[in-house]
Write a protein that binds this ligand. Structure first.
Ligand code: NAP
Length: 267
C-alpha cells in the first residue's frame, strides 16, 4: 500500500494521542505534522509524552501547516468549533479529512458535502470509529422496522462537550429512516422537571448521561406489548476507536466524495 502522509489536529487530546500512536506505528502511514492551538514552531518530541516521536513539526494554525507540509490526509480530533474550520481548510488544500470530532451541525455536513462534490475530494466524518458501535447502530436500524417505540440512552465521560453524542444523533437518523413515525409516551404527558423525558427526535427520546469513569456507551431500548429489546455497545478505552480510524484513512484516499458515518464504508 502507498505511503499516506498525515496531519493530526488535537494531538494532546485523549483521542488525538491514540491517533499519534496509531499513525507512528503503522508502516504505510507517516505523521508529517500536528496542529495544536497551544504550541507553534516546536517539534512534537518537545511536548511531554511524545519524546519518542521524531521530526514532526507543530503548527498552531492549520493554514500555515498545510502551506508548509505536503499532506494527503488530515485527522481531526478537536472540538466542533475549530473542527469545521480545520476540515474546510484541509479541503481547500486538497487534503482529505477524516474527522472524528463530534457536534457538527446539519448545515456543516451539507456545506462539507457541497465542497467535496465541487472539488471531487474524499472526506469521511465518523461520529463513532468503534466497529462494535457501528454494528449497534445497524442492528438498531433493523429492529426499528419492527418496534417503533424507542428510547436511546447514551452514556459518556463528564469531559464531553456536546450532547446528545454524535453517535446518538446518527443512530436516531438511521432509525428514523425506517421507523413508522410515532410521537411516543402519553399524549398528555407533562414534565414536572424540565428535560425529564430527554430530547425529542421525531417523537422518540434521547437521554444523555455524563459521569466520571465512563468512556463511550450507548443502549437502544425497544418496547412493544409484553416485550422489550435492548441493544448495547460499550467502549472501555480509546484504543477501541483506532481500527476504525485506520480503515477511514485508507478508504478516504480511494474516494472522491463525502461520507458521513463509518457504516457507509464497511462491507
Ligand atoms: P480532548 O481530550 O478534550 O481533546 C481535544 C483536543 O483538541 C485537545 O488536545 C484540545 O487542546 C484540542 N483543541 C481544543 N481547541 C482547539 C483549537 N482551537 N485548535 C486546536 N486544537 C484544539 O477530547 P477527546 O476525548 O480526545 O475528543 C476529541 C473529539 O473526538 C471530541 O469531539 C469527541 O466527541 C470526539 N470523539 C470521537 C470519537 C469517534 O469515534 N469519532 C470517539 C471519542 C471522542 P487543549 O487540551 O489544550 O484544550
Amino acid at each position: 500500500m502507498n505511503n499516506i502522509r498525515i496531519v493530526i489536529a488535537g494531538p494532546r487530546g485523549r483521542m488525538g494521542s491514540e491517533a499519534v500512536n496509531l499513525v507512528s506505528t503503522t508502516e504505510h502511514f507517516t505523521l508529517v505534522a500536528v496542529v495544536d492551538h497551544k504550541y507553534d514552531g516546536i517539534m512534537l518530541s518537545d511536548i511531554d509524552g511524545f519524546q519518542s516521536i521524531h521530526s514532526v513539526p507543530v503548527y498552531r494554525d492549520i493554514e500555515n501547516c498545510l502551506k508548509n507540509v505536503d499532506a494527503d490526509v488530515l485527522i481531526d480530533l478537536t472540538t466542533p468549533e475549530v473542527g469545521m474550520h480545520h476540515t474546510t481548510t484541509a479541503l481547500s488544500y486538497n487534503v482529505r479529512p477524516v474527522v472524528g470530532t463530534t457536534g457538527f451541525t446539519k448545515n456543516d455536513l451539507e456545506e462539507l458535502e457541497r465542497i467535496c462534490k465541487e472539488k471531487e475530494l474524499g472526506c469521511i466524518i465518523a461520529p463513532n470509529f468503534a466497529i462494535g458501535a457501528i454494528l449497534m447502530m445497524k442492528f438498531s436500524q433493523m429492529a426499528a422496522k419492527y418496534f417503533n417505540d424507542i428510547e436511546i440512552i447514551e452514556l459518556h465521560h463528564d469531559k464531553k462537550l456536546d450532547a446528545p453524542s454524535g453517535t446518538a444523533v446518527k443512530t436516531a437518523e438511521m432509525i428514523s429512516s425506517v421507523r413508522e413515525k410515532k410521537q411516543q409516551g402519553h399524549p398528555n404527558e407533562k414534565e414536572t422537571i424540565n428535560g425529564a423525558r430527554g430530547a425529542d427526535y421525531d417523537g422518540m427520546h434521547i437521554h444523555s448521561v455524563r459521569l466520571p469513569g465512563l468512556i463511550a456507551h450507548q443502549q437502544v431500548l425497544f418496547g412493544a406489548d409484553g416485550q422489550t429489546l435492548t441493544i448495547r455497545h460499550d467502549s472501555y478505552n480509546r484504543a477501541s476507536f483506532m481500527s476504525g480510524v485506520k480503515v477511514a484513512v485508507e478508504t478516504v484516499m480511494k474516494q472522491n466524495h463525502f461520507v458521513y458515518g463509518l457504516e457507509n464504508i464497511l462491507d
